[in-house]
Design a binder for this molecule. Structure first.
Ligand code: ADP
Ligand code: ADP
Length: 218
């Protein structure tokens, strides 16, 4: 099943900057696709188009699900809310009743290894744990397609490696399809079933590499 299908997509901003051109990209159920490329080649723009936040200015964009998770580098937690209340946020905005969203948040918090931290405020947590809370918040949507915009880029190397392993575990267990942006080729190869290399201005896909034996993992 194709969850995302882009064909000849281009994006020109109102100021005249063309950020993307001629992008063909497909993400199917069971795939974890990483997009790697230098700053400014249009990776974030591509992800925003995938999320529906920004419409492309040319080409075809089909996204076959409304259950889309989206995680950014700065975990964007509300600083005045506890971990529990932050993780409940998306369910709350979707009008899910209190009892249901408390249960959904508890499940997501458990999945990301934050059980016991429910009552803490974001500022009392490490960067890695804030990112876990941010992942948990999106997991309450039970996403079919999970978009990641350089989520671990601001973390130290050890935390980053640990979160990479935890993400692989989540991907394997929760069965969402992933579209993940990074600057790091090694991170891309480690995480994904397919690596898409972008470059240039406007950004184009210059290479695609199917990672052999990527999954399942032990
Ligand atoms: P990346 O994520 O690969 O660093 P971006 O998608 O953020 O690249 O940006 C691609 C290009 O589009 C850059 O040249 C950037 O300056 C430009 N750009 C991004 N957003 C806007 C915008 N809202 N208006 C004009 N130009 C933009
Ligand atoms: P990470 O590398 O995931 O960001 P740290 O290395 O900062 O986490 O923390 C390692 C462990 O220390 C965590 O798994 C957690 O058990 C504990 N810990 C971290 N922050 C706190 C905190 N604010 N209060 C209590 N325990 C914490």
């Amino acid at each position: 099943t194709e969850l995302l299908h882009f064909s000849d997509v281009a994006m020109t901003f109102p100021n005249g900057t063309t950020a993307l051109s001629g992008v063909d990209l497909t993400v199917k159920k069971g795939e974890f696709v990483t997009v790697v490329g230098p700053s400014g080649c249009g990776k974030s723009t591509l992800l925003r188009i995938a999320s529906g936040l920004t419409p492309a200015t040319a080409g075809e964009t089909n996204v076959a699900t409304k259950r889309i998770g989206y995680v950014f580098q700065d975990a964007t937690l509300l600083p005045w809310r506890t971990v529990q209340a932050n993780v409940e946020l998306l369910a709350e905005l979707n009008g899910i009743p209190k009892k249901t969203r408390v249960a959904e948040a508890a499940k997501a918090i458990e999945l990301v290894g934050l059980a016991g931290f429910e009552k803490q405020l974001p500022r009392t947590l490490s960067g890695g744990m804030r990112m876990r809370a941010s992942l948990a918040r999106s997991l309450t949507l039970d996403p079919e397609l999970f978009l990641f915009d350089e989520p671990f880029g601001a973390l130290d190397e050890i935390t980053r490696e640990r979160l990479n392993d935890e993400l692989i575990k989540l991907f394997t267990e929760q069965q969402f399809a992933g579209l993940f942006i990074t600057h790091s080729v090694s991170e891309a190869v480690y995480l994904s079933t397919r690596v898409v290399v972008m470059s240039g201005r406007p950004g184009k896909i210059v290479e695609t590499f199917d990672v052999p034996f990527a999954y399942p993992r032990d």
